[in-house]
Write a protein that binds this ligand. Structure first.
Ligand SMILES: C[S@@+](CC[C@H](N)C(=O)[O-])C[C@H]1O[C@@H](n2cnc3c(N)ncnc32)[C@H](O)[C@@H]1O
Length: 234
């Protein structure tokens, strides 16, 4: 599916199939399995009452903070676990809703999230929420302009979630690829359907890029994700 096209049921089923094959490629990376330290029985689970309360409360304020819909949070959680991702970067924390979903996935893989937010109030609120979730050991919050902060991070990351300024995707990509995204890693861009017009340059580029398999899909039939899997061998 190309940027700007409508997204019918048939297209949804087609891209869902493509996405499943993408996950099949991405999962079961032997080196990652060998190195993985699972979270153990004390890990924080999404079913825990304090997590459910917190996520419900944050979701109810989601439109004010532009956070991903609950279903998209669940997809992030699913992908992190399915791909056994361990070193994750998020650009655009807002109040920390998607960060907590990613953090819950990382509880199961033993990984870490670094998340960047430019706005002071939202950065402080996200830290409060991460703390309430009990995930502060797993999630490092950085306050600043991600276009600058990304250049200071060493990486490499095996999962990157871009959910800040939509026009900035190409610049983030150029700062992350090739050194800061591992072969076999995934680049996930939110709002690839709803805001396709604001990231057309990126969507056109990534769908043709020889080093990536890319699918555009939507769980909510609305916002949409652009998921790009970096081939292990180029
Ligand atoms: C759509 S919201 C993120 C929602 C969050 N991922 C969630 O689902 O809970 C986008 C956030 O990106 C932040 N942002 C925009 N431009 C940024 C930049 N250049 N660097 C860091 N954060 C930025 C905004 O302040 C806003 O809080």
């Amino acid at each position: 599916m190309k940027a700007g096209q409508s997204f019918g049921r048939r297209e949804f089923l087609k891209t869902t199939g493509e996405a499943l094959s993408l996950f099949t490629v991405a999962i079961h990376l032997p080196s990652q399995i060998a190195n993985a330290t699972e979270g153990g029985s004390k890990r924080i689970k999404r079913e825990a009452p304090h997590i459910r309360r917190l996520l419900d409360e944050m979701d109810s304020k989601g439109s004010r903070f532009w956070s991903v819909p609950q279903k998209d949070g669940e997809l992030l959680y699913f992908i992190i676990k399915a791909t056994r991702s361990r070193n994750v970067l998020e650009v655009g924390t807002s109040h920390g809703f998607s960060a907590i979903w990613i953090g819950l996935g990382l509880e199961e893989t033993g990984g870490k999230l670094t998340t960047i937010e430019i706005d002071k109030e939202r950065y402080n609120l996200a830290r409060k929420h991460v703390n309430e979730a009990g995930l502060s050991q797993r999630i490092t919050s950085i306050r600043g302009d991600a276009h600058v902060e990304v250049t200071k991070l060493e990486g490499p990351f095996d999962f990157v979630f871009l959910d800040a300024d939509k026009e900035g995707q190409m610049d983030y990509f150029n700062k992350l690829f090739p050194k800061k995204l591992v072969p076999g890693g995934i680049l996930a861009v939110h709002n690839a359907i709803r805001h396709a017009h604001s990231m057309k340059d990126y969507l056109d580029m990534i769908q043709k890029h020889p080093d990536f398999d890319t699918v555009i899909l939507s769980v909510t039939m609305d916002d949409g994700f652009c998921l790009s899997y970096r081939h292990r061998v180029s």
